[in-house]
Design a protein around this ligand. Sequence first.
Ligand SMILES: [Zn+2]
Length: 243
Amino acid sequence: MRMRVRQLREEKIAAQAKDLLSDYAQSRPSTACPPIPVVHILRSQFHLDPAYEDLSRIHRDVGAVAAVWCGRRQLSIDLSRHSYLDAERESHSRLIIAHVLGHLSLHGEHFSADPDQLPLFGDVPQAPCFICMRSDIKHPLETQAEAFALALLMPEPMLRDAWTECVGHVEPRVCDAAEWKGICRIASSRVDDSALETPAEELIRKLAGDFEVSIQSMAGRLKQLRLFVRAHRPEPALSTTRV
Ligand SMILES: [Zn+2]
């Protein structure tokens, strides 16, 4: 995707995610508790069904992650390169769906006006009207969609309530250097679930299970909301030596 992209503040993106959830909840049972039903939201608000297929045939060189087929009313999620366990595959799929919901909510102007007739990418009949590619991971459209996904899957008020229920208070956890390093490692890369050991890591695992997201996503969101904060380093002692 190479196009002009309007800047969106984090708060604006979170508000859009909240609006989508509110619109969905108007005609559905309460969504006050996790997990957020992203598949139902995709179906009811955008009339798209998720499907899983090998997308390497679309853009083999750049790696398609997901593709929206407007004519078919389908969101295809690529699973060709993954060998995830079922639980990981489920949380990965939910993240992809929430990410695409971000594009649909934030970037409607980048879809064709009549998606069935005017595919955005080329003139090939049956071409997807939107594709997410691994090579575009740092493009503003992709980072905005990813921020939307985290805000939708883990709404701040809902996550703060779950946090309070787990730890018994609303205050953030102040982490020492070793614990903070572990949290940053989890937030920045996919790690083996069995490698989680510290109380903070156990908390991430518990909340990730409740919200049906990956531990990586949950660690990143808890950091973003400053529910994990790093302890201040002790100030170096002031010298009292006069010169
Ligand atoms: Zn995308």
